[in-house]
Ligand binder design. Structure first.
Ligand code: K1U
Ligand code: ZN
Length: 171
């Protein structure tokens, strides 16, 4: 297992579309394991391959609370197949935009199809934090960031702060 460096905004890979995984090879399984280790170390509750610089449709998530056993999801080629009409507003963060959380409105419930670690097609249904997280991670695979769900005013405010922080770090 290995920790992978996280890609931060404004790296272009965060705006690119990841490509489907053809086979669940040992290399792809190793990538998912390394991503899970990186997510836990961050710490975070989800991670998409774009965030470690790879354009492959792989995500990992664990939205278990501290008082619950770990619930690690490894998903390959995840696809949203159903979205509820009802929406929920939830605070989101992003490991690629550290320190800039915001409230995001998304469908409250989703159904997702994906390949599991054995290459078998599976479906999951998610509500609450897991629903927000799986949508956030699938967005990453499509080059979409939670900022894109905010008003232009809020998005521009965060972008200005990120640019300022990057300038200060490079001074
Ligand atoms: O994809 C990412 O950038 C990871 C992101 C996922 C996410 C968080 C909140 C709502 C939707 C999606 C994070 O994990 S940010 C860090 C975070 O949420 C967290 C960190 C420590 C403890 C608990 C949560
Ligand atoms: Zn993110």
């Amino acid at each position: 297992m290995a920790l992978m460096p996280l890609v931060l905004l404004p790296q272009p890979v965060l705006r690119q579309v990841a490509q489907p995984v053809n086979d669940i090879t040992d290399d792809i399984l190793q990538l998912a394991n390394d991503m899970a280790e990186t997510m836990y170390a961050a710490p975070g509750i989800g991670l998409a391959a774009n965030q470690v610089g790879l354009l492959k449709r792989v995500i990992v998530m664990d939205c278990a609370r501290d008082d619950e056993p770990p619930a690690l999801w490894k998903m390959f080629n995840p696809e949203i197949i159903w979205l509820s009409k009802e929406n929920t507003k939830m605070e989101e963060g992003c490991l690629s935009i550290p320190g800039h959380n915001a409230e995001v409105v998304r469908p409250s419930e989703v159904h997702v199809s994906y390949l599991d670690i054995e290459g078998q097609k599976q479906e999951m249904q998610a509500t609450g934090l897991l629903a927000a997280c799986v949508q956030h991670e699938i967005d990453h695979l499509n080059g979409v960031l939670f900022l894109d769900h905010l008003s232009r005013l809020k998005r521009d405010m965060i972008m200005r702060k990120v640019i300022k922080e990057n300038r200060t770090q490079n001074d």
